[in-house]
Design a protein around this ligand. Sequence first.
Ligand code: FAD
Length: 335
Amino acid sequence: MRVAVVGAGLFGATTAVELARKGHEVDLFDRHSDIMHGASMANCARLHMGYHYPRSPYNGMATQAAEFAERFPDAVVPGRHFYVIPKQGSLTSPEQFLNFCTLHGLPYRTWRPPVVRSDVALCGQVPESLIDLNAVRTQLHGELRGVRLHLGRRFCDAPDFDITVLATYGQGWPESLRYEVCEVALIRLGVHFAGHSVVCIDGPFGCIDPLPGTDMHLLYDVVNSVHAANVGRAPEIPEHLLSLLDCGVVRTAHTRVQAMLQTARGFLRGVGMPEYCGSMFTVRVVLPDVEATDERPTLIRPGERVIRILSGKLGAAPAAAREVAAMVREAVPVG
Ligand SMILES: Cc1cc2nc3c(=O)[nH]c(=O)nc-3n(C[C@H](O)[C@H](O)[C@H](O)COP(=O)(O)OP(=O)(O)OC[C@H]3O[C@@H](n4cnc5c(N)ncnc54)[C@H](O)[C@@H]3O)c2cc1C
């Protein structure tokens, strides 16, 4: 089968490799000059097991994380990971969170490290990991040797292919989606934060995560990191942020790092005034109207000679690639 994969983010690149391994003739397109140049590089790099989403009915994340770890073993970075419920404002109570963990077999050891404030309602350690996205990209670069790469090229039409896989993170999705222009800031916290990842849930809170391979932390918060949002068929990007999107780490006057730090001080001790190293900006795509559950499933939608992938979480990429390969196997070649 001749397959065009559009979008060389984690999902498109992983799918292209899987299809080539199954014997298909694969062309991979991206408008960027390298693979994993979009949201797949500008995120919080957490290999989710499900703790982050205690209101979601969707709970396949632990299984997906295990499959991801098997697929990209050198990219999985363990560390000290803590989930915190604040005294006020959380949409999930400590009891609900602990019940959720028990129900889904997610280990949670109640324990508070010195970097977490003593006035939180609940704090505990979990066996989650981070993803070294550079290591993933290096592995994929090696595996893509059997795939024809077309980088720096926006893909418009696919007359020469039996099937087109759109792994474009919400571009060309048949229904309305929610698009959020997000900032992830990079900061240098004190040495006492080394290796510590802390997520404060559930609602308008935030997180810090070590950036693998560096002495920096990623800083994100649900309110201040989202610079703009719209529901529709394409993102509406404010003029002043256009040049900042998907171009790696940039230092900009438009950063909201100070507001994000203020959020972090609400659940962390000893934040002080860390060095600001820059920010990454990208568009996040989520389902609209899921505020009640905050669910983040990965959707795969087959159509007429086209298969669309809408990614939810990074850990789902190997499973999505497998599923797409199974659909392509069943498809009938054109002509
Ligand atoms: C701020 C933020 C934090 C996040 N944190 C986490 C986290 O900690 N853990 C987690 O699991 N997930 C997280 N996510 C979600 C995760 O990053 C995404 O689900 C995932 O990276 C999307 O991968 P993708 O391959 O689908 O999309 P992308 O990586 O965006 O790739 C899509 C590619 O399609 C290309 N493209 C689009 N249209 C065309 C076209 N017409 N022609 C050519 N190329 C085209 C784009 O250039 C892009 O490179 C986060 C997301 C954001 C934004």
